[in-house]
Design a protein around this ligand. Structure first.
Ligand code: NAD
Ligand code: TYD
Length: 358
């Protein structure tokens, strides 16, 4: 069979769906095999409106990366020429209330996937152009003080069960490269924002709460800093690393837009108030400082020189424009928001909110 499929895991989630939409548009020779377990965070609505020609190059399989027999069958049936691995439990707060799922999927699932990919690559005769691209996070490096930035050689120092599980998965991916020669790539990116992000993460949660007139929970004093990366800039970086990155290498990806939580929340209040014709500043009264997240990393910042210098990537979107475009997208997709929230989301939010308020 012709080796034409790329296996994308977690392609019904936030970044995976944006990535699939981008590559089907920009690479007419790509055929995507999308394997997703459709947890609360996965939603096929994210891919429902693809044009027919692109939908024909998108094959969805409802399944779990922990299912080794399924993976073996898929690698054989589709003769995949590479893997881009997005599937994960991705929310820090959920990892604090229930860490086991993060161990199971992020560590166990990644190991099962690595083993199946390795066997397939060996059976194919170890093609040099095969790639196993693992999508990871800057949170593996831990917390920064007010200065400095994470580079690819920063020591691993994860704080949350989420970041610990991603750190463990990175180590396994690197080990499969060094031990078995599997052509691996790892990218560690900063906080993404944009369309299709599940409204439990800061930006879509705050937009949703402003619209509903609900309180805007800011952890601690709101001074924690994140380096915000527009998801479409991230997708371009992933594509460049997958196509041109050197096997065995790690590339850090950041948006170069450091903001405190409070700055983000205030900016969102400003944009939504203007769009909704509300009195300027009126939504700021919804801000509620709540109990801080345990083990809350103070600051993340990315030194993206390696990907810029080696692959010529840099973010194409200015933060203020991309944030405004993100608000527009959520305002125009209220039905999507209601749909994704109707799963176990509501119940979880109530439980979590009680914990924070208590
Ligand atoms: P997400 O939570 O929106 O989506 C995760 C997807 O994985 C969902 O579609 C879910 O159904 C699927 N999934 C979960 N468990 C699975 C399993 N066992 N088998 C198959 N599919 C499963 O996550 P996201 O924000 O799109 O993140 C994608 C990747 O990028 C993750 O690996 C995450 O760690 C990493 N990352 C995300 C960010 C961010 O800001 N969102 C930042 C850095 C790194
Ligand atoms: P989040 O979107 O959960 O991403 P991460 O924890 O992976 O960085 O949170 C971004 C920042 O916003 C983080 O410092 C925690 C803070 N935050 C709040 O203050 N309130 C909230 O309701 C959420 C979800 C996050």
């Amino acid at each position: 069979m012709q080796r034409k499929y790329i296996l994308i895991t977690g392609g019904a989630g936030f970044i995976g769906a944006n990535f699939i939409r981008e590559v089907l548009k920009r690479r007419s020779d790509w055929h995507v095999l999308n394997l997703d377990a459709l947890t609360y965070a996965g939603n096929l609505a994210n891919l429902a409106d693809l044009p027919p020609e692109q939908q024909a190059r998108h094959h969805f399989v409802h399944g779990d990366i922990r299912d080794g027999a399924l993976l073996t069958r898929l690698f054989k049936e589709y003769a995949c020429r590479g893997v881009i691995h997005f599937a994960a439990e991705s929310h820090v707060d959920r990892s604090i209330t229930g860490p086991q799922a993060f161990v199971d999927t992020n560590v166990g699932g990644t190991c099962t996937l690595l083993q199946a990919a390795l066997a397939a690559w060996q059976e194919q005769g170890r093609p040099a152009d095969f790639r196993f691209h693992h999508v990871s996070t800057d949170e593996v490096y831990g917390s920064l003080g007010p200065d400095g930035a994470f580079s690819e050689t920063s020591p691993y120092d994860p704080s949350s069960p989420y970041s610990a599980s991603k750190a463990a998965s990175d180590h396994f991916v690197r080990a499969y490269g060094r031990t078995y020669g599997l052509p691996i790539l790892i990218t560690n990116c900063s906080n993404n924002y944009g369309p299709y992000q599940f409204p439990e993460k800061l930006i879509p949660l705050v937009i949703d709460n402003i619209l509903a007139g609900k309180s805007l929970p800011v952890y601690g004093d709101g001074s924690n800093v994140r380096d915000w990366l527009y998801v479409l800039d991230h997708c371009q970086a992933l594509l460049q690393v997958f196509e041109k990155g050197r096997p065995g290498q790690t590339y850090n990806i950041g948006g170069g837009a450091e903001r405190t939580t409070l700055e983000i929340v205030r900016e969102l209040c400003r944009i939504v108030d203007a769009r909704q014709g509300r009195e300027p500043g009126s939504s700021e009264s919804l801000i509620a400082f709540v109990t801080d997240r345990p083990g809350h990393d103070f600051r993340y910042a990315i030194d993206a020189d390696k990907i810029k210098n080696e692959l010529g990537w840099q973010p194409a979107h200015a933060f203020s424009d991309a944030l405004a475009a993100t608000v527009t997208w959520y305002l125009e997709h209220q039905e999507w928001v209601a749909g994704v929230k109707s799963g176990d989301y509501r119940q979880w939010l109530e439980l979590n909110y009680d914990r924070r308020a208590g």
